[in-house]
Design a protein around this ligand. Sequence first.
Ligand SMILES: *Cc1c(COP(=O)(O)O)cnc(C)c1O
Length: 222
Amino acid sequence: MQVVRARIGATARAAGRESGDIALLAVSKTFAAEAVRAAYAAGQREFGENYVQEALEKIAALSDLPLVWHFIGPIQSNKTRAIAENFDWVHSVAREKIAQRLADARPGGREPLNVCLQVNVSGEASKSGVAPEAVRPLAEAVRALPRLRLRGLMAIPEPALDVALQRRRCAGLRQLLAQLNAAGFGLDTLSMGMSQDLEAAVTEGATIVRIGTAIFGERKQA
Ligand SMILES: *Cc1c(COP(=O)(O)O)cnc(C)c1O
């Protein structure tokens, strides 16, 4: 955790940014509740999960702690209620129908659900996420839904060792956010950067980095 915080801090300084403007999301998928508890003891509050069933068990086991839970995985329609009822953020909204279901299921007694739209910045047909040219209409639709608060954009670029390529993809997401904000959306979140491309993402303006391996170690094969 301290190593990752130091990476964020050094990169932010080099880029002329404040490290306090970059939130660290600890991606705890496949790791037990006890690992989350240990990270909490080290000062971490925000955690990201990809699999609903696994996440619900952890959230229940850790309900004594004031944690902020982010859903970052693919969203199946039949899981929208569980997500809307148990998470504070969802980073992976890519379809209006899913957003509508999340809005319908968000309990009235809770804060609006914070939402990022997942954008396919790498262009492969296999990757989930909305195409860059379809971001604007989706953003309009999500902004109009009650119980959701549209916060920004998220991307999972194809893994690339070439830092220049990592930066181009992150810059693409930043530019899309800037276009939406020029159109009056008032979005504040760029969710990008994982263990391998943390530096590129911070340099290009990430406000949330999602880090698993560099905090918790290698995941076992699913
Ligand atoms: C697993 C995952 C991460 C963390 O990846 P690491 O390479 O382990 O840091 C971040 N974002 C998403 C969407 C993930 O699924």
